[in-house]
Design a protein. Structure first.
Ligand code: PRX
Length: 632
């Protein structure tokens, strides 16, 4: 805990040190972890190839730092408190000692099934403690986990399994979500029809629903651990060995596997967790994300547990059994730090303050926001009604690729400003570049958000395709990591994220590539061409608007629209289902055939009156027709 920053001047001081001498800065932080062998060099890097290595030749196992290291100091303290979907079901508390035993036992179980160092394991599970146990068991034996959010379709799941050639899938029979019971194992079975690499499927019995078990391949979790020892010696990993792959959307059609490695990720997630949330021993911390996203990786499991925190895992949804569920959980477990997404805040705001009234919320000290820009109205509602005006809000900007929080207030240390992520964390060297790559220095500037120096938890590659990593992040602006976000640095030097400047949209805090959604739409046999854009959505932040050219012969518009939405649900999952589909006779194109998305974005946002000059288009006449159709 010696690395905790307590004041604004302390932050400034640490930030300066981290820039002037990054090696000494990070070596000091890394010193408080358990290494089997110390590193030879703190960092080696170039952003050209790119090639980044932290704590070169250091040897460790991240689970020794999460579990073994805490056994004697806080073995009986809660590591994970699991709150089930149904409030009438008992919650489960796992102490560090219990978690250690369960992880070791499951590590032995997967090892017995032939999973070892470097093997890829897909985890496709609901929010149950076993999801965290599975992650840590993989890390324990040196296997690379790749969690696929359990809302993704069989098709999306099989793509990811095939891309990383996973040897094992860990799943559950079903998933309780609100008043629904969702099949999970059935989706895995369907996905596996298209995958050859998977040898074993381990399924946790959660809902008790009927599932098929394929002989020789499938085994129940409880059978896999039956009689298995709870003692396990962790595999020795190199700092730069892969810890996990997490697939995320980009501007091109196929999601890419972002690769994180052991040493740097460990140091940065723990450091950022402690400083951003100002976690004190004994506090109860709750992040409402799903472990299927990076937030769940870094700030439900790795960061908090590395820091010896008590981390809550919630299986359900904010509105079940009613819109007061989050607040009921905060009171029940006396939550001190609460971390959620603006989309959840806006959804709950829509219910008014009545659902909050039965709850005290007096244990709360810090509120967090992540995943998308938080609008000022939601910020104030969160601040006033949940934080009762006394909890600092940490608006945390980061990405799957950054591994950890990059720009954020440190709770109670950095003065906040609504809708501003404020200042970079120590070690994060931001620059703002204009479209030509010139650095915009000083304050009151706006441009592309880039980073000019490596940080320990940055992505190392995109799985199986290093060139893609180079092209996507390191080529737009040579020698810089390009985030894909636009940003403003205001007169006080504070950063405000303006949203994506590429073809990525952010729906309820989930990243979607427009090309990915278009590819799915184009799978419908009647679709000729499509263009997808984001538009402002009151709750989701951005909604998905699809303009589609169809062969209408013998078909009703209404029927086709429904089928197109269903096609996307089937190919990607419900999170990518377009909110609006408009059938159009043509798409506005330049003379070289490029779709003018700028025009479509304006029409989708209801701003069709301000399109500017469209006379240079190849087919300007189509714009009027689209505008009329959009207003219907
Ligand atoms: O556009 C930014 C937005 O989410 C993107 C990253 O998405 P993902 O990799 O799924 O990770 C989300 C959780 C870390 C960013 O490029 N974003 C994330 N946090 C914020 C944000 N936009 C504005 N403010 C934030 N606090």
């Amino acid at each position: 805990m010696s690395d905790r920053i307590h004041s604004l001047s302390g932050y400034m001081h640490e930030y300066q040190k981290s820039v002037q001498d990054p090696e000494s800065f990070w070596a000091r932080i890394a010193d408080s972890f358990h290494w089997r062998k110390k590193w030879d060099k703190v960092v080696e890097w170039n952003f050209e190839t790119p090639d980044v290595k932290w704590f070169v030749n250091g040897k460790l196992n991240i689970t020794e730092n999460i579990l073994d290291r805490h056994l004697y100091t806080r073995g009986d303290q809660a590591a994970i408190i699991w709150e089930p979907n149904d409030p009438n079901e008992e919650h489960i508390t796992l102490t560090y000692k219990e978690l250690h035993a369960k992880v070791c036992q499951f590590a032995n179980a997967i090892k017995a099934k032939g999973v070892g160092k470097g093997d890829r394991v897909i985890i496709y599970m609901p929010m149950v403690p076993e999801a965290a146990i599975a992650m840590l068991a993989c890390a324990r034996v040196g296997a690379v986990h790749s969690i696929v959010f359990a809302g993704f379709s069989a098709n999306a799941l099989s793509d990811r399994i095939n891309d990383c050639q996973a040897k094992m899938v860990i799943t559950s029979d079903g998933n309780f979500r609100g008043n629904k019971q969702i099949p999970v194992k059935d989706v895995v079975d369907e996905a596996l029809e298209k995958c050859d690499s998977v040898e074993t499927v381990i399924s946790l019995k959660r809902t008790g629903q009927q599932v098929e078990m394929t002989e020789g391949r499938d085994i129940w979790w409880h059978d896999a651990i039956e009689g298995v020892s709870s003692e396990n010696k962790a595999e020795e990993m190199d700092s730069e060995d892969m810890l996990f792959i997490l697939y995320t959307s980009g501007s091109t059609g196929q999601p890419k596997g972002v690769v994180h490695t052991c040493g740097g990720y460990m140091i940065y997630t723990a450091y950022s967790f402690q400083n951003v949330f100002q976690y004190n021993q004994g506090d109860v911390y709750w992040c409402t994300a799903d472990v299927g996203w990076i937030t769940g990786h870094s700030y439900i499991v790795y960061g908090p547990l590395l820091a010896g925190a008590t981390s809550i895992m919630f299986e359900g949804v904010p509105t079940f059994p009613d819109a007061g569920r989050f607040w009921a959980i905060c009171d029940k477990h006396q939550v001190n730090q609460f971390y959620t997404a603006p989309t959840a805040i806006r959804a709950l705001q829509a219910y008014g303050t009545e659902p909050i009234e039965p709850y005290k919320l007096d244990s709360l000290k810090v509120l967090g926001s992540v995943g998308e820009p938080i609008n000022e109205e939601a910020w104030h509602w969160y601040h006033d009604h949940i934080g009762k005006g006394k909890c600092p809000i940490v608006d945390t900007w980061w990405q799957t690729e950054t591994g950890g929080i990059m720009i954020s207030p440190l709770a109670g240390v950095t003065p906040t400003k609504p809708a501003y992520a404020t200042l970079p964390l120590p070690g994060v060297q931001l620059v703002i570049l204009d479209n030509e790559g010139n650095e915009l220095k000083g304050n009151s500037v706006e441009g592309n958000l880039c980073i000019k120096f490596p940080w320990p938890s940055m992505l190392r590659t995109t799985y199986g395709d290093h060139d893609r990593c180079k092209q996507t992040y390191f080529s737009t602006f040579p020698n810089h990591y390009f985030t894909g976000d636009g940003v403003k640095r205001d007169e006080d030097g504070y950063y405000r994220i303006l949203g994506r400047v590429d073809d990525v949209i952010n729906v309820s805090g989930h990243r979607m590539g427009t090309a990915e959604v278009e590819n799915a739409i184009n799978e419908h046999p009647k679709v000729i061409e499509s263009a997808v854009v984001g538009y402002p959505h009151d709750i989701k932040g951005q909604g998905i608007y699809a303009f589609v050219i169809c062969d209408m012969e013998g078909r009703s518009e209404e029927g086709l629209i429904k089928e197109i939405k269903e096609t996307v649900t089937k190919i990607i999952g419900p999170i990518a289902r377009p909110d609006k589909v408009q059938i159009v006779p043509g798409l506005p194109k330049t003379r070289s055939g490029k779709i003018m998305r700028r025009i479509l974005r304006k029409i989708a946002s209801g701003d069709g009156a301000n399109l500017g000059d469209i006379s240079t288009l190849f087919n300007p006449e189509v714009v009027e027709v689209i505008k009329e159709g959009a207003n219907k």
